[in-house]
Design a protein around this ligand. Structure first.
Ligand code: FES
Length: 126
């Protein structure tokens, strides 16, 4: 028996942008108040502009548990985490990491983690 054809292949890169919200005054704060919506909107805009669908998907996520470093963003399959991302940073992440496979060092949350170090390769040619 053969597996049914998939409408979309698995994503070559999958970006999660935290959009968690907490009550006003919560000690950990949240990524939405730190500008998560603008970051998410910019990712979606640039993924469209660069015609990266359906190979790459950017979507909102719940809390990634790195709230104090938000806006928190993580890119799989490399598990590269970005901290304090602003809308102004997104173009560099898209063009360097998502397209060319070169993580943006200055924004990385865990630059010394072996699993998310170094170049990870460009996306495939479709
Ligand atoms: S609120 Fe964004 S990581 Fe927790």
């Amino acid at each position: 028996m053969t597996e049914p054809a998939r409408k979309h292949p698995p994503y070559e890169r999958h970006v999660f942008i935290c959009m968690n919200e907490r009550p006003e005054g919560h000690p950990r704060g949240d990524c939405t108040k730190r500008g998560g919506q603008a970051v998410l909107d910019r990712f979606k805009e640039l993924v469209d502009q660069h015609k990266l669908k359906p190979r790459i998907r950017a979507q909102k996520s719940g809390c990634l548990d790195t709230c104090e470093l938000g806006v928190s963003v993580v890119v799989y399959p490399e598990a590269v985490w970005y901290a304090r991302v602003t809308a102004a940073d997104v173009q560099e992440i898209v063009e360097s990491h998502l397209v060319q496979g070169v993580p943006v060092e200055r924004l990385r949350m865990h630059p010394s983690r072996p699993r998310d170090s170094g170049q990870v390769g460009p996306i495939g040619n479709a």
